[in-house]
Design a protein around this ligand. Sequence first.
Ligand code: GDP
Length: 195
Amino acid sequence: MKVTSSEIVISAVKPAQYPEGNLPEIALAGRSNVGKSSFINKMLGRKSLARTSSKPGKTQTLNFFIINEILHFVDVPGYGYAKVSKKEREAWGKMIETYITTRDQLRAVVLLIDVRHPPTKDDVLMYDFLKHYDIPTIIVATKADKIPKSKWQKHIKVIKDTLQLEASDSLVLFSSETGQGKNEAWRIILDYSGK
Ligand code: GDP
């Protein structure tokens, strides 16, 4: 998709702050440093629209972006950062659970996984959580440019096997460096968004 406009709508922590209207939403989740901001920026053709607001130590908010006036991306703060207090972790969990379980506009979640390593325990927990609530999930395997092409299939298999990826969920190999996977990711996202 050619993105002609993208901007942040609101940083929300509770449902009263979610944007009104009926635009389809795609949420994006992943552990800290997985390449989520880079993915969002690459998809939107922006240098730094998604950035520090979701970094560890910053206020944990759901950041809603409006794209071409037709859909929302919802940037979920990264998980798995060791230095987060138990209290902060609990607040994060509550915020995500409320969003996932109450938001009618949610069409699918993009779950980002670093292609170089097997999914972490937290990645598996997140995938299981999404499947528990029947949320369609798109796995984006990030940083493809960091491993040789000859190893891609092996790493993809480890991700699929570790998550026990359901057949209805898709997996896209992605690189924000080369743009690999961008068109495929857009196709899947627009499909889930009914666009
Ligand atoms: P976030 O914490 O998930 O938002 O991760 P960032 O997007 O900030 O990326 C974390 C680090 O990984 C940064 O140094 C990025 O430049 C790097 N990175 C992200 N995506 C890629 C990628 O596709 N290829 C390479 N080589 N580096 C990447």
